[in-house]
Design a protein around this ligand. Structure first.
Ligand code: ACO
Length: 308
């Protein structure tokens, strides 16, 4: 397992909100149904911004938080399923917006809502080679551009935003990171996007609970840590009831999980890095151990433990 120094974190979400009342005007739904079934009250919507615009702003918040010399960045990995266009990679648009004109290895990862955890493991492993000085790892999505606003089963769930982290290689034992990531291709008809998001919500729901439990167990096992050693669990923010089920069946108190899905809804690959940035905003993060856990289309699932 690689060692990695976590330098900073940032986030961005567009100012336009979609409320449950807005959705009541579009489909046959109600604020009461949405809140009790999902915990979601609002989602952010990018009106005149792209995924790379949001990713750039999240990256700038991470850079500015610690006055980072951005010219040190020579690896950019962007997790997204709603990139600006097929190619160039959205990471490359971010590179251009940051004005990084030197040689940077830059590419996108598609692992749906698990994308950011996949990107972190990829970045940590590449940093371990000694070839790179600093990695910018981003999760960013403009899901509202692929949501079908006539489908009440999906349109209430998703929103837009981006989150970013800066990482450097390390040789210190204390910076040991732990990862678990996996996919099951045989279930790949359960959540798909050709033009719009289509989903078998019930199957995703059941998969999600098992997957999150397994991912939490696996990463704890590989780290030799107990749940008590972890300061906060930052889960993918899809549905509050999924997290409550995991909390109950694993005997982990709900206040160990950091939640913000009532404001953001499900922002896919952006949900974990946005929440990490909010953790930075609200806490003295030095020496804290965070456990990330995600599931998503594919199916994919994964987890990570990082020392801040
Ligand atoms: N408003 C009102 N009624 C609705 C709505 C809505 N927005 N959506 C669905 N319903 C109806 C259904 O049509 C169904 O009606 P029917 O019984 O007449 O057919 C009824 O509500 C109950 O549907 P269920 O599917 O039983 O509702 P459930 O309690 O399971 O909640 C939900 C549905 C919220 C989608 C849930 O299954 C869920 O959260 N699944 C996981 C989804 C998820 O996390 N997806 C993201 C994965 S991550 C990624 O990679 C993008």
């Amino acid at each position: 397992q690689p060692m990695v120094k976590v330098i900073s974190s940032g986030k961005y979400a567009p100012s336009t909100l979609i409320t449950n009342e807005d959705l009541e005007r579009l489909v046959d739904t109600s604020d009461e149904w949405i809140v009790t079934r999902t915990g979601i009250k609002t989602r952010h919507r990018a009106v005149d911004e792209t995924t790379s615009d949001m990713a750039y702003k999240a990256a700038m918040e991470a850079i500015n938080r610690v006055n980072y010399d951005k010219d040190k960045i020579d690896l950019i990995i962007m997790a997204t399923i709603t990139g600006d266009q097929m190619t160039p990679a959205t990471a490359n648009f971010v590179q251009a917006k940051l004005g990084l004109n030197h040689e940077v290895m830059s590419f996108d990862i598609n692992a749906a809502c698990t994308g950011f955890v996949y990107a972190l493991e990829t970045a940590a492993s590449l940093l371990q080679t000694g070839r790179f000085r600093a990695a910018l790892v981003i999760g960013g999505e403009q899901l509202t551009k692929i949501v079908d606003y006539t489908d009440r089963n999906t349109c209430v769930l998703f929103g837009d935003g981006a989150g970013a982290m800066i990482l450097e290689p390390s040789t210190h034992e204390r910076n040991q990171a732990f990862f678990f990531n996996a996919a099951r291709g045989d279930t790949n008809n359960t959540l798909t996007v050709v033009n719009h998001i289509k989903m078998d919500g019930k199957r995703v729901y059941l998969f999600a609970i098992d997957a999150m439990e397994q991912a939490i167990r696996k990463v704890l096992e590989s780290s030799g840590l107990a749940i008590e050693d972890i300061d906060v669990i930052i889960p993918h923010q899809a549905n509050e009831r999924i997290i409550q089920s995991v909390s109950k069946s694993m005997g982990i108190p709900m206040d160990k999980f950091m939640l913000n899905l009532s404001e953001y809804g499900n922002t896919s690959a952006a949900s974990i890095p946005i929440t990490i940035a909010e953790y930075y905003d609200q806490n003295e993060v030095k020496n804290k151990k965070i456990l990330l856990v995600a599931f998503g289309g594919g199916f994919t699932w994964g987890s990570a433990i990082l020392q801040l």
